[in-house]
Every structure is written in C-alpha cells, then in structure tokens.
Write a protein that binds this ligand. Sequence first.
Ligand SMILES: CC(C)(COP(=O)(O)OP(=O)(O)OC[C@H]1O[C@@H](n2cnc3c(N)ncnc32)[C@H](O)[C@@H]1OP(=O)(O)O)[C@@H](O)C(=O)NCCC(=O)NCCS
Length: 186
Amino acid sequence: MTETSPGSWPELTTARLRLRMWEARDAAPFAAQNADEETMRYLGGPKTAAESDAYIARTKTHWAEDGYGKWAVELAETGAFIGALGLQRIRFEADFTPAVEIAWRLTRGFWGRGYATEAARAAIAYGFHTLRLPEIVALTVPDNTGSRAVMERVGMKLAGEFDHPLLPHPHPLCRHVLYRLTKQTS
Ligand SMILES: CC(C)(COP(=O)(O)OP(=O)(O)OC[C@H]1O[C@@H](n2cnc3c(N)ncnc32)[C@H](O)[C@@H]1OP(=O)(O)O)[C@@H](O)C(=O)NCCC(=O)NCCS
C-alpha cells in the first residue's frame, strides 16, 4: 500500500485499487449502488439519489471535521468507481465508545473479488500507522455474513453484541455484533 497526498487529502493505492477523495462523477454510480435492494439489505433498505448524495456530503464533512473518513474506491486499472470504504468516528455512545470504525459498501458487481478486504487492509494500516489509532472497530447485524467475513479476514475479533442506540428497539436491524482490532505494537 502506498500513501500519497495529491490534493488536500490522502489517497491510498493498493495492488488493484485506489482509495481517493470523492469526485462529482461518483454521484451516479454511488446512487445506483445505494438503490440496489441486495446491497442495502442490512443498511435500512434502498436509498434515493438524494439520500445517496447526502451520504457523500456527510462523508466530506467528516473528512473536513476529523481529518479522515471514508474514501471513494476505484479500480486502479480502469478508474471505475466500486464503492465506499474508510474510517469514521462512531456518533453514538456505548460501552466501547469513543471509537473509530471501519465501514465498507461495494457495488454488487464487484463483490467476490477480494476488493473489500484489500481496501480494508490499506485503510486499517493508514488508521494505525498514520492516524496512530490504538484500535479500530467494526459493526454490523449478525446476519451480514459477507461483512463479517471481511472483518475476520482482516484480523478483527468478535467482541460481543449490542442493541444499536440510534435504531428503535425492537427493530429487525437493531441487534449488532461488535468486532475489534487493536494495533500491534511489536
Ligand atoms: C460486505 C461486502 C463489502 C463484502 O464484499 P465481498 O466481495 O464479499 O468481500 P471481499 O471483497 O473481501 O471478497 C471476498 C471474496 O472474494 C473472493 N476472491 C476472488 N478473487 C480474490 C482475490 N484475488 N483476492 C482475494 N479474494 C478473492 C474470496 O474468495 C471471497 O469469496 P467468498 O465470499 O466466496 O469467500 C459486500 O458484500 C457489500 O458491499 N455488501 C453490502 C453493503 C454492506 O452490507 N456493508 C457492510 C455494512 S456493515
């Protein structure tokens, strides 16, 4: 993984991917991704283009306020936008906060190729070595086996379950699993 800062923000390059700042051309493919029922199955269902644009705006605000955030991910070879992945501050209180989580969402046609894991490893390295985070966590619903598999591939350990405080209880997506990864100091 290499880290550069071509503009105001860091970019990460892996063997097959570029994690870069959001551009206007990402809005349409990201809206298509967020309108896909299967992709959004564990994320509260399909979103409108306006909601997708609002996600990008919130992501840029997070970058501006915290100095890190979720990157737009593209294929290095073609420049095709394939999704969002990166680090974000957890905005609710729980017994494991304050904490920084890693989050990912790829366009369905790009699943099953190891891209999420490859990008996640780069983002985790950036979090530990550049941001000097002591720990990175990840959250999802118990049934999201695809996302949990990425967590496990990057070395995260299941640390428990909790009810998401920003979702009503009971709610089909309320129960979450928590995975944690601590920076190796040796
Ligand atoms: C979660 C999500 C990113 C996982 O995507 P994914 O494609 O399953 O994960 P990876 O990119 O790591 O790919 C791993 C798969 O690629 C395969 N693969 C193929 N070529 C590969 C390569 N060159 N290198 C590594 N793995 C490769 C692996 O064997 C693995 O296959 P398997 O799932 O059959 O075991 C994706 O399902 C998604 O975006 N879901 C919707 C949004 C969501 O739920 N986000 C999480 C919210 S918490």
